[in-house]
Design a protein around this ligand. Structure first.
Ligand code: C5P
Length: 226
């Protein structure tokens, strides 16, 4: 099976409040996106990595990974799903794709292997997830608690998310045309009536979103044995 990776990296990271898009912030010895790309580019089963960039990106070309022969870039879109779709248009329709957030630099090869190996159990695709740990509450708009939500079958949806390119591309574009709320690839597949699987991944595969996450990611990377 041919496996490629798509990395949406076209966001501006406004919640980080930094002077540059968060994927270009320094984390230990290189920027966040550098770590993410290293993990994907060195995985033996991944043949191509397509990175979606912001049209006004001024940092990517300076990364050492930019000249890697496995790497292709494309201009992303207004939302994450638009960026993923733009990248999928360059992908071989017969391959499978691992869509992975640029802002998750602590990914391990072990989790990629687990996800790829899950295709016998989940032939229509699967995503990495981690079980919810805290007690979950639902509130009214005014903040009053209305409910405790049973966490037994609740998961955090992580990335990579692993699907056949053709199906993902078709479902993503149809769901976007219909105006469905699509915040990850699994949502687009679910929208089309498919039930993707969840594969338990490492909880340290965090998405760097707020400034505090940088310190956590730094520690996690130091302890990561890819
Ligand atoms: O903002 P958030 O952290 O949820 O974004 C997840 C990923 O999607 C990031 O890697 C970001 O760069 C990417 N993204 C994108 N195109 C957009 C918005 C976000 O590629 N228009």
């Amino acid at each position: 099976k041919q496996v490629i990776a798509v990395v949406p990296a076209a966001g501006i990271g406004s919640r980080m409040g930094a002077e540059r898009p968060k994927q270009y912030l320094q984390l230990n010895e290189q920027c966040i996106l550098g770590h993410t790309l290293d993990c994907l580019l060195t995985h033996p089963q991944i043949s191509t990595v397509i990175v979606a960039l912001n049209p006004s990106d001024e940092y990517f070309a300076q990364l050492p990974q930019a000249s890697n022969a496995k790497l292709v870039t494309v201009i992303g879109g207004g939302e994450r799903a638009d960026s993923v779709l733009a990248a999928l248009k360059l992908a071989d329709e017969h391959s499978w794709v691992l869509v992975h957030d640029a802002a998750r630099p602590c990914l391990s090869h072990h989790d990629i292997d687990k996800l790829i190996a899950s295709d016998s159990m989940f032939p229509q695709g699967a995503i990495l997830g981690s079980p919810v740990r805290d007690t979950m509450k639902r509130t009214e708009v005014n903040g009053e608690i209305s409910d405790t939500v049973c966490r037994e079958q609740l998961w955090h949806a992580l990335t990579p998310q692993y699907f056949p390119v053709r199906e993902l591309k078709n479902n993503l574009s149809a769901a976007l045309v219909e105006g469905a709320l699509i915040t990850d690839e699994a949502s687009a597949m679910q929208w089309a009536g498919i039930k993707p699987g969840i594969v338990r991944g490492r909880a340290d595969n965090i998405k760097v979103t707020h400034p505090d996450d940088l310190q956590l990611a730094s520690l996690f990377l130091d302890n990561l044995n890819r």
